[in-house]
Design a protein around this ligand. Structure first.
Ligand SMILES: Cc1cc2nc3c(=O)[nH]c(=O)nc-3n(C[C@H](O)[C@H](O)[C@H](O)COP(=O)(O)OP(=O)(O)OC[C@H]3O[C@@H](n4cnc5c(N)ncnc54)[C@H](O)[C@@H]3O)c2cc1C
Length: 307
């Protein structure tokens, strides 16, 4: 899937092919920030929050990095004027970390600063949510989050249940009263550093939920976000949160826009806080092909649109 996502020829064919727009429309909130904002406003009317994500992945040149940063700045300018939470997901590689970690990390600072200024003292879960990439950059990403948080910037961290180190990372962010989005992890690694296989990853996810909904987490004003489409996990979180005294709305579920909208709408109807990861931009193929990997039913959607 990663090879397909990175194939320039495939990307160009798919993104310029009118017949594949069904796939793009399902998973992408708009071709640009204005369309994504309209989409987020529509979702907000249904009681669903958004985390914007600009589609510009696997960048390998400073020019593309600059393009990504400009797109994020334009989004922040719109957030300033819109009645919407400033919640933006950013991949470290998107802003140049895979070219040079330090200059990529430095690019987060002006974005955080601009977001902080844009939302000013408006209430809401405003933050730059740092997405987590493969295990080789997890330590640096956690350090980046902690440094930005120490400087008082609105920043949050994605952690992955497949990694053995995640319990320790989580405990450290709980201690600082941060905000963590827990996902299973879109990567695999060896048994020395990772849990291998769906069952083992899910078992660790449950252990991490217990930490995220612990009394210590609540006392520290920690914000738990559960990034998963797994309904068994949703049910466990709801039960555990009630047992530990977390009110609905003090923790969140986050899913991908277009992945399980029925489940999201049902949870929202039941009074749960729901956020959708809302990608936008024209460079949608690498993102869509990863969604196909997560759910083979999406392959049918792609095949039908091509026939
Ligand atoms: C908001 C959010 C942010 C994420 N950020 C990161 C990140 O920063 N780093 C990272 O490594 N990973 C990230 N992921 C991906 C994550 O790690 C998993 O790979 C992905 O969510 C699949 O695991 P799951 O628990 O959602 O569902 P699974 O256990 O894979 O599946 C549960 C059910 O949901 C269905 N389902 C799952 N995905 C889809 C889909 N795309 N379309 C339709 N149905 C689907 C399955 O068919 C199944 O019925 C993120 C996921 C979400 C939801």
């Amino acid at each position: 899937m990663i090879a397909l996502a990175r194939s320039q020829a495939m990307k160009s064919f798919m993104q310029n092919n009118r017949s594949t727009t069904a796939l793009a429309k399902r998973y992408v909130g708009g071709a640009n920030a204005v369309e994504a904002m309209d989409c987020a406003v529509r979702l907000a009317e249904q009681g669903i929050s958004s985390s914007f994500f600009y589609l510009g992945e696997y960048v390998d040149s400073p020019k593309l990095v600059e393009q990504n940063i400009n797109a994020l700045q334009s989004l922040i300018n719109l957030i300033e004027k819109a009645p919407i939470e400033g919640n933006i997901s950013v991949d470290p590689t998107q802003v140049g970390c895979s070219i040079d970690w330090n200059s990529g990390a430095a690019a987060f600072r002006p974005l955080c600063k601009a977001l902080k200024k844009a939302v000013n003292s408006r209430p809401g879960a405003h933050c730059i949510m740092i997405d987590m990439e493969d295990h080789s950059v997890v330590g640096q990403t956690v350090d980046l989050h902690n440094a930005l948080s120490d400087e008082g910037f609105p920043v949050a961290l994605t952690l992955q249940a497949y990694l053995r180190r995640t319990a320790d990372d989580l405990v450290s962010v709980i201690a600082r009263g941060g905000r963590v989005r827990l996902v299973k992890g879109a990567f695999v690694a060896g048994g020395n550093i990772a849990y291998v296989g769906e069952r083992a990853v899910k078992a660790n996810y449950y252990r991490l939920i217990d930490l995220m909904l612990s009394k210590e987490a609540r006392d520290n004003d920690f914000c738990p976000v559960f990034g998963t489409h797994d309904h068994e996990i949703h049910a466990y979180v709801i039960e555990k949160a009630a047992e530990m005294g977390w009110s609905k709305g003090s923790y969140e579920f986050e899913m991908l826009y277009g992945a399980r909208d029925d489940v999201a709408a049902d949870l929202a109807r039941r009074g749960e806080a729901i956020r959708l990861y809302l990608p936008f931009g024209s460079d949608w193929w690498p993102y869509a092909i990863r969604r196909i990997g997560e759910n083979p039913k999406n392959l049918m959607l792609l095949m039908r649109s091509l026939l």
